[in-house]
Design a binder for this molecule. Structure first.
Ligand SMILES: [Zn+2]
Ligand SMILES: [Zn+2]
Length: 125
């Protein structure tokens, strides 16, 4: 066995980054081809000059979900994109929703409903 190459991990990471960039670049390009260059929230229009400020948002927040028809994409300007994600964070942490006496964020369990589902389905008798 050869001793592990200390530079290998770096190269693998660099390669991953490159692939990620490439993928981001390609879905961005495709999204810009499908959709008009207008922010989906504030209707700001974009041209080649300021196109960098127009971002591709993933509706389900899953950057790996890139259907060819573009149904998971939404073109948003930087500000609206920020807002969109801010809302998501606020929804997740519960900040900004209730009054001052909200207390600590509730313990969110993604499997809370799953147990019920399994209990109903998996009847042993
Ligand atoms: Zn906007
Ligand atoms: Zn986004």
């Amino acid at each position: 066995m050869k001793p592990s190459d200390p530079g290998k991990l770096d190269r693998v990471i660099a390669e991953q980054r490159r692939l990620q960039d490439e993928r981001a670049q390609s879905y961005r390009e495709r999204a810009l081809k499908i959709y008009p260059w207008i922010c989906g929230r504030c209707a700001r229009e974009f041209t080649h000059r300021n196109l960098r400020e127009l971002t591709v948002h993933h509706r389900d927040h899953n950057h790996d979900n890139n259907p060819p028809d573009g149904s998971n994409w939404e073109l948003l300007c930087l500000y609206c994109h920020d807002n969109e994600h801010q809302r998501q964070i606020e929804a997740a942490t519960g900040t900004g929703s209730t009054g001052a006496d909200a207390g600590p964020a509730s313990t969110h369990s993604p499997f809370a409903g799953l147990k019920d589902l399994l209990g109903k389905k998996g009847d042993p008798q």
